[in-house]
Write a protein that binds this ligand. Sequence first.
Ligand code: NAD
Length: 424
Amino acid sequence: MASLSYVSQSNSAWDNYLQQLKRVEPFLDDPLRQRLDFLRHPKRALIVDIPVEMDDGTIEHFEGFRVQHSLARGPGKGGIRFHPDVDLNEVMALSAWMTIKCAALNLPFGGAKGGVRVDPSSLSKRELERLTRRYAAEINLIIGPQKDIPAPDVGTTPQIMAWMMDTFSMNAGNTVTGVVTGKPVHLGGSLGRVHATGRGVFITGLEVAKEINLDISNARICVQGFGNVGSEAALLFQKNGAKVICIQDHSATLYQPNGIDVVKLMSYQKNHGGIKNYAPDDEVDKSKFWKLEAEIFIPAALEGVIDAEIAQTIQTKLILEGANGPTLAAADDIFASRNITVVPDVICNAGGVTVSYFEWVQDLSSFFWTEDEINLRMDKIMRDAINDIWNKSIQTQCSLRTAAYIVACERILIARIERGIYPG
Ligand code: NAD
């Protein structure tokens, strides 16, 4: 396998993805195995400079990226992250996970991801709009409803998607709603999109809990990240009888062993930008989070948070990966040996991309569905996918992650082989 000259960091998110991919190799037959290298090489990576005139008249430059990891099965699909730690390596890994995710769900998309190295909370609304529009204009070259369709991720919102859609449309000379998903509903967004990822975490969690005889109504749950994904997942589990005992976000770690009132905390954090000071007496040191005992842990913040040491000591039965890439490959091996089930990101948090797919279909056909239709269709796709992957993992005696990768890689590599290599 040829290594990539532009990837220098070991122990990076991309490295983690490569290790996950390696585990699939023994389960693939030739000629698919011989083509696995396609998934080790992102198809296209664009790095852009984003000059922004700040409110005080100075000009600041931000680094932006859009990576299309694979377009073998359809247009690229994947979110845009605004976060100070964004770099090419991270965006590459996130784009690769989108390739695997879309294929594991059998959605007709390839994988892509974008990001800007910025702390969006440090910008005014006008600065944020200028940054978004310039970024959208810079990646305009490679996005479009038939090419690559961005969506929200960490630090980006429906409003940011609206600015991206408007910028693309101004350049095209007509309104192109299908260029991004996760838009506000008035602009061709889909009902159900905002709740979709957390809902998918809940649905896949329920299905797997049944398989491992875990009673959700008596489960204690710890959630890391209380944004779009973590808060919705916590809410659904609580509504179904589970006790959410600990929530950690960037600002604090809240531990209430008798159960946190998720609805109240959601409304608090909307007004305060975080959970800090909601209940100061119940805040604990952040290192306590992974040491608590709970039937379910939901990492729903950033990648790479569960290392071998945490995997060795964590006291739990089930991990639901709301975030992308939260578990390092070394930790996966330990979970397998300790009989802890991990529902991997590529299936667990795929509710968002599933409803994004519905949004794209609705935009292209200019015909919109009800929220009930959307939830019913999403639930079916998610249930079928997790059940297929569960069965594959039983059949191959491997983890759910490797099973999901096997299902996905087979689909992608068959498409790749059938398409052939241009120019032939
Ligand atoms: P968000 O911006 O809405 O929320 C992120 C949350 O993580 C916030 O509560 C923040 O406080 C917390 N956080 C940030 N840094 C932290 C830290 N160091 N420790 C603890 N908490 C921290 O983002 P989101 O959309 O909920 O995305 C969360 C994860 O889910 C990401 O990995 C993202 O890629 C993944 N994901 C999101 C979607 C989606 O539809 N939003 C879909 C699939 C996957």
